[in-house]
Design a protein around this ligand. Structure first.
Ligand SMILES: [Zn+2]
Length: 300
């Protein structure tokens, strides 16, 4: 059984670039659980709250019940569900899952493979993170699912194997030049000696979702604004002005200046002759990543 292939090809409901990270999030949660309690199944009622928060924090903006991945992941052959009355999931009904004592666990064959190969857990976790989430979110998601990436063997160092690192470095170089080494949102332009620091190339449509490595799909952002952009706090409107989610709150001067005050501001750059972010990628980001509705800019 090739578990890497099976986990890499979890059946998705959504297509055409829409995000459906429900099964991957449950799978990551199950891997984190396995790291701590390899033999113990998880009761639906016990993990329902955690799973619901994970879906809310890292899933798309429309709500999905945690019962859906809990039931449907069984069909991918990596997860099994039992109830007090025997094998099999009672379906996606929340009440049935709670009252039947439903409990889920990684499939027995997969548990065996994880025990036999100490690098497999890290490989599967990395694969799920790479396929479904932008790199800026990987450490947060790992922490949220209780996965210890520090000790998991098989996790790649930094941003992937050599071809991936080369690709990322080459793209970053092009994006930083296009934006003249400045954050497109706040203008931050720090360097240490001659080396720019805290500046990153951000994909608008995530690479994991077939967003291309092109200037038309990238922004140069400082580390803070990159993270907030990938988490849907910040976005762009069709006129390439910055949007701020109504769901974001912050009362400090820093939050006001570095986030709330950006609402309605025009993107800084790129320099003349370089491609601006194309509308199709903004549309994807708005639909799949941006959280809720944008705030009304001050003074409007
Ligand atoms: Zn910035």
């Amino acid at each position: 059984m090739d578990w890497v292939e099976r986990v890499g090809n979890l059946r998705q409901w959504a297509q055409n670039g829409a995000r459906a990270p429900h099964k991957p999030l449950l799978m990551l949660y199950a891997l984190g659980w396995f790291q701590r309690l390899p033999q113990r199944p998880m009761r639906y009622s016990e993990i329902e709250h955690d799973l619901s928060e994970l879906l809310q924090d890292y899933g798309p903006t429309h709500r999905t019940s945690p019962s859906y991945p809990f039931h449907h992941l069984v069909s991918d052959g990596v997860w099994e569900v039992r109830t007090d009355s025997g094998d099999g999931s009672p379906g996606t009904g929340v009440r049935a899952l709670r009252e039947s004592g439903a409990r889920g666990q990684l499939a027995a064959g997969l548990r065996g493979a994880l025990s036999d190969d100490p690098t497999l857990l890290g490989q599967l976790a990395q694969l799920l993170l790479d396929r479904h989430f932008p790199p800026s979110a990987h450490p947060d998601i790992a922490a949220a699912v209780g996965l210890d990436l520090e000790t998991a063997e098989g996790i790649r160092v930094a941003s992937g194997p050599v071809p991936g690192r080369r690709r990322a470095a080459e793209l970053r170089g092009r994006v930083l030049i296009a934006y003249e080494y400045r954050c497109a949102f706040c203008g931050f332009d720090g360097s240490i000696g001659r080396v720019p620091v805290g500046l990153e190339a951000a994909h608008v449509q995530w690479w994991a979702f077939r967003g291309p490595d092109e200037l038309a799909n990238c922004l140069c952002l400082c580390s803070l604004h990159h993270k907030l952009f990938d988490r849907g706090v910040l976005g762009l409107d069709s006129g390439r002005r910055i949007t701020v989610s109504q769901e974001f709150t912050g009362h400090s001067r820093a939050a006001r200046e570095q986030v709330l005050g950006l609402s309605g501001q025009a993107v800084i750059g790129p320099q003349r002759g370089s491609a601006q972010v194309a509308p199709a990628y903004i549309t994807w980001h708005t639909a799949q990543v941006f959280r809720g509705e944008p705030r009304v800019p001050e003074g409007v």
